[in-house]
Design a protein around this ligand. Structure first.
Ligand code: ATR
Length: 332
């Protein structure tokens, strides 16, 4: 029997991919496979390595391949039900989030605000660009770690794509202070003025390194890529002092090992959390955009932590271990 061209009921799984360079480390295929199994959705999800100068061509080729198969299915060349025909979308990781923003033909408001895209959803000629990193971070901090952001004093380290993807959501979380610092301070100034011009409420404050020892924060987020190379971004230990009512939370967007940043935070008495929760939560938000179903993230997070060989990663996030040997990763 030949499947009707527009019917999904006879089709094999819809196709998705995570596109990056490098991409071999990405845990997204495992996470989305777990979501699909849990929700009964038929999808396939693969890693796709794009050349550094070939993001758009890689996405075009992926979509064209799916269209070709869809056409073959429509004319019955494959008996109608054995191959994947629809390319539903893609996750975008380092270093292509700005390329994905340029590639998208339509945007969610949060992607427009961030100027970056980590999720594409395809519908015919339309490529809808979204960014789910900010939601992933906030959900992990507030829901999974139980750390209230309203009224908090927050320090964000970094002014690259990762910082850009979460700043809007941090502003919306109603902190009493949102400070950004960066090794290259001009980039922090530039990202702050971009968000401040668009935001009616609290303004982002740029702090240079010499200003930091005079400050303490409730939440310090490492959005630099320093942990990838086992480096510590410049941040004084005094920043982790917290307040009289609660210890500071140090959050590294990297996952898979205890980074120098998390070691310093733990030594200063702060709670320390890696970015695995953010990774799973941002994936759940992408899955929801694509499939209209919100997966339950808790069992997937537990499964991902149990699946690692890293003893530190198996511990609750506020108890980092001094012994950790897994290569760190970055979402998604
Ligand atoms: P991503 O998309 O992961 O954010 P990016 O856009 O290249 O990647 O940004 C990397 C961020 O990490 C930048 O803020 C960078 O600081 P500079 O703007 O000064 O380059 C920061 N970074 C990378 N390595 C660092 C290190 N060893 N110490 C401090 N900051 C570092």
């Amino acid at each position: 029997m030949t499947a009707p061209p527009n019917s999904h009921s006879f089709r094999s799984p819809d196709h998705y991919a995570v596109i990056g360079n490098p991409v071999a480390h990405s845990k997204s295929p495992e996470i989305h496979a777990a979501f699909a199994q849990q929700t009964g959705q038929a999808i396939s999800y693969v890693r796709l390595l794009a050349p550094l100068d070939g993001f758009a061509q890689t996405v075009d080729a992926l979509r064209a391949e799916c269209r070709e198969v869809a056409h073959e299915e429509a004319i019955g060349a494959h008996g109608g039900a054995s191959r994947s025909a629809r390319c539903g979308g893609a996750n975008i990781t380092v270093p292509f989030k700005l390329d994905a923003f340029r590639y998208a033909t339509e945007f969610t408001p949060r992607a427009l605000r961030a100027g970056a895209v980590n999720t594409l959803k395809f519908d015919g000629a339309v490529a809808l660009g979204d960014i789910t990193d900010g939601v992933g971070l906030i959900t992990d901090i507030e829901k999974n770690l139980g750390f209230a952001l309203s009224g908090a004093r927050i320090l964000l380290l970094g002014a690259g794509g990762a910082a850009r993807g979460v700043l809007g959501n941090l502003l919306d979380a109603d902190p009493s202070l949102l400070a950004v610092t960066n090794r290259t301070i001009d980039k922090a100034e530039s990202i702050a003025s971009q968000f401040n011009n668009a935001n009616q409420g609290i303004k982002i404050c740029v702090m240079a390194l010499p200003d930091l020892p005079k400050q303490s924060f409730d939440l310090i987020i490492n959005a630099t890529s320093a942990s990838l190379s086992d480096n510590l971004p410049p941040v004084p230990m005094s920043c982790f002092a917290g307040s009289s009512t609660r210890p500071a939370l140090a959050y590294d967007m990297m996952y898979g090992r205890e980074t120098p940043f998390l070691k310093l935070a733990a030594a200063a008495g702060a709670r320390a959390a890696d970015g695995l929760g953010m990774l799973v939560e941002q994936a759940a938000e992408s899955f929801y955009l694509w499939r209209g179903i919100r997966p339950n993230t808790a069992p997937v997070m537990a499964f991902m932590r149990a699946g690692t060989d890293d003893p530190a990663a198996r511990k609750p996030p506020n108890q980092p271990s001094p012994k950790a040997d897994l290569k760190p990763n970055r979402k998604p």
